[in-house]
Design a protein around this ligand. Structure first.
Ligand code: GDP
Length: 247
């Protein structure tokens, strides 16, 4: 019998680490690619943020605004979830807090029109990044997906390559439900990445490993709390080492 710190134990941990890391191989995690693209004169970079209500979408957009602003980027937030007045006012608070520009319409306004106005304003005002909040719930799932597709089509009228990124926000505490949700979005939209929230609580890294292996999408960021700074660009190695207790 080996002790907990004996060689057999270490080898097993190495093996698990290696296996876990293969789940992430070949995918552009973190923000590296985003900034590479900005370097290629993609301005503004239009990022559409999608996900069902309650997963932490609005909070994540606020955190992203803060992160990008700290990187010296000029950010514009487009409040496209016009079905919820609360989502609009919450996003406005984040815009004020982070110094981001803010565009929206009235409650009930056409989300496509808000997206169009946001990207047009971002282009006119020289924004580096336009983050578009989108609806997370409609009467039916197919309505929601059609609405999101329409928003993306409208954005192309301003910038043909936009949205450059479509990031799905999922709640790390929901386990298999998050994967089922992600599959629905993946069926209709060209997702380019995932953000997994609420990894500060009881949720452990399992959700991240499952999502990476089942969806084969880059994990861009993880949310680890409710504050502005609680968003971390995802990097496989330190993450896997943390969940395996290797420091
Ligand atoms: P939305 O409906 O998807 O826009 O969700 P919200 O942004 O309104 O967030 C729903 C709740 O989740 C709020 O209470 C947030 O403070 C909370 N939340 C968001 N991200 C995180 C996170 O990473 N960790 C924790 N603990 N809570 C979060």
């Amino acid at each position: 019998m080996k002790t907990a710190d004996g060689p057999a134990q270490k080898n097993l941990r190495d093996l698990i680490e290696e296996e876990s890391l293969t789940l992430f191989a070949g995918l552009p995690h973190g923000t590296a690619r985003l900034w590479d693209m900005l370097g290629e004169n993609v301005k503004p970079m239009v990022v559409s943020i999608v996900g069902v209500n309650g997963v932490g979408k609005t909070t994540t957009i606020g955190k992203l605004a803060q992160l990008f602003a700290r990187d010296g980027k000029k950010v514009l937030l487009g409040a496209g979830d016009t079905f919820r007045a609360a989502a609009i006012s919450q996003l406005k608070i984040w815009a004020d807090r982070t110094g981001a520009d803010f565009v929206t319409g009235r409650e009930g306004a056409d989300p496509g029109a808000v997206a169009f106005d946001s990207v047009t304003a971002g282009k006119a005002r020289g924004a580096d990044v336009v983050l578009l909040d989108t609806a997370g719930r409609l009467h039916t799932k197919s309505n929601l997906m059609e609405e999101l597709k329409k928003v993306h089509r409208v954005v192309k009228k301003v910038i043909p390559d936009a949205p450059h990124e479509v990031w799905l926000v999922v709640d790390g505490t929901l386990g298999q439900n998050s994967i089922a949700q992600a599959r629905e979005f993946q069926k209709t939209l060209e997702l380019t990445g995932v953000i997994i929230t609420k990894l500060d609580g009881t949720a452990k890294g399992g959700a991240v490993l499952a999502i990476a292996s089942e969806l084969r999408l880059p994990i861009r960021f993880i949310g680890v709390g409710e504050q502005a700074e609680d968003l971390i660009p995802f990097e496989p190695k330190p993450f896997v080492e943390a969940i395996l207790g290797i420091s």
